[in-house]
Design a protein around this ligand. Structure first.
Ligand code: ATP
Ligand code: MG
Length: 438
């Protein structure tokens, strides 16, 4: 009897099953995208491909951002032309990637437009008797939309008909201001745990809600993030550094994900509110500086991210801090791979910056301080951390020192310390008890 009733009154399908078929095609004035908003080189590539008989759409983040009247970071093109066909028909094309080959079309000034062939989700386990077609990765526009991470990232824009094409319900989610994985969130997170991070990123950046099933799966699948490849975690982190870092960092912390890629550093940031408050306030300083046109290098940004975490070690003291910091990174068991050279630079910058801070506080600089190659970076960070702003063009460590110790010019202090040390080395004063200035 129950079965019979159910058949008469079928429940509403879950949201994930309300998939438009065929796609929703939204023309103007239903959408706000104007051709003038699109990068002219990307537009030219699409127009040429279409004239040659290919499908060519603007895709991914660009369509999402244009729909929301935000400025896209880059303009990616999706097409049914294969990478080889693109290379033959355009100048300055570089094919990159091994499994997913992408065409990069280079333009003067260093601009690159990425042109990717529509592809589909790889078969989890291709049957042995199936022809191992190397092109099995390519797909239709529909398949390409479905292999993407979240619905609002899977819209296409077709410049020929000036329309947004939606296979996955992304327009509806945009209207409802929510982030939803395409398909079952548990399945999609298990396929690629980096998507956990991406959901939080896009929701945090746009101020969107996370659809309940997606949010629930983030909660239950969080630890999977630690199983992603270290290099991909590093890539994702770099996307957040230098672009609305604070809201994403806060969302990662609120969902307990920091520990899954930053190891002990992430755990400390999650469990110590004061420590976390400090790092996000530094990220704010960085963001303000960036908006004023002051760009930090990757080394400097990483140094800023790890400074609050490592600062207590400096307070414990020690002559040679570089190995202490090295050991802290080693023992933190971060899943994210930080390239060795980057880590080494971060350590050098922070050790030097601490030296500068000590010199400022004590008025007694160490002679070697001003001859280290990382002095410019350490000084920039010092201003950001101590003053909450970048240095002006004419501001240096010397000027900072002079302001703090007008009575004791830096060079004179250094000369005095050098003399004292030489005297000590000469055996005159092994205990180092010579009074300053003697
Ligand atoms: P941003 O503005 O940060 O560049 P984006 O959406 O363009 O945002 P990208 O990392 O540049 O993000 O990725 C481009 C597109 O590729 C995304 O919009 C999405 O459609 C797809 N994509 C990226 N990463 C994944 C993933 N892990 N799984 C599925 N699709 C993905
Ligand atoms: Mg992008």
């Amino acid at each position: 009897m129950d079965d019979f009733d159910d058949a008469l009154n079928p429940p509403d399908p879950p949201d994930a099953l309300r998939i438009p078929e065929p796609p929703v095609v939204l023309t103007r004035p239903g959408h706000p995208i104007r051709r003038a908003d699109i990068d002219p080189d990307a537009l030219r590539i699409m127009t040429r491909l279409q004239r040659m008989g290919f499908i060519a759409y603007l895709c991914g983040g660009a369509v999402r951002d244009l729909m929301l009247r935000r400025t896209p970071k880059d303009f990616d093109v999706a097409t049914d032309a294969r990478p080889g066909q693109i290379r033959k028909r355009f100048a300055n094309v570089f094919i990159i990637g091994r499994r997913f080959r992408l065409a990069h079309v280079h333009f003067p000034g260093g601009k690159i437009v990425e042109v990717a062939t529509f592809r589909r989700d790889p078969d989890p386990a291709p049957a042995a008797d199936v022809d191992p077609d190397p092109h099995a990765i390519y797909g239709t526009p529909r398949e390409d939309a479905f292999r993407r991470d979240i619905t609002i990232n899977a819209l296409f824009y077709d410049p020929a008909i000036d329309a947004v094409i939606d296979y996955v319900g992304g327009l509806e989610d945009m209207r409802r201001r929510r982030v939803r994985t395409i398909g079952d969130p548990g399945v999609r997170f298990t396929e690629d745990p980096v998507r956990l991070w991406r959901v939080l990123r896009h929701a945090a950046r746009l101020g969107f809600d996370i659809e309940p099933a997606t949010a629930g799966a983030i909660h239950s699948h969080g630890p999977l993030l630690a199983s992603a490849a270290g290099s991909r975690l590093y890539e994702e982190f770099n996307k957040d550094l230098g672009a609305e870092t604070r809201p994403v960092f806060e969302a990662l912390r609120a969902n307990g994900l920091l520990r899954h890629f930053l190891g002990k550093a992430g755990l400390d940031y999650e469990t110590d509110p004061a420590l976390f408050a400090r790092v996000v306030s530094l990220l704010d300083v960085e963001e303000r500086a960036r908006k004023d046109g002051f760009l930090l290098s990757l080394d400097e940004i990483y140094a800023l991210v790890f400074w609050p975490w490592l600062e207590p070690l400096f307070e414990e003291g020690g002559e040679d801090m570089a190995p202490v910091l090295g050991a802290a990174f080693q023992n933190a068991e971060m899943k994210m791979t930080i390239p060795k050279a980057l880590r080494a630079n971060v350590i050098q910058i922070l050790v030097l910056m601490d030296g500068l801070i000590q010199a400022l506080r004590s008025g007694h600089p160490r002679a070697a301080l001003l001859h280290r190659s990382h002095l410019p970076q350490a000084t920039r960070l010092l201003f950001l951390i101590e003053k909450g702003r970048p240095p002006a063009d004419d501001e240096t460590f010397e000027s900072l020192f002079k302001a703090a110790h007008p009575e004791a010019p830096l060079e004179a202090q250094i000369r005095r310390r050098r003399r004292r040390r030489r005297r000590r080395k000469g055996g005159g004063d092994p205990g180092g008890t010579t009074p300053a200035g003697a």
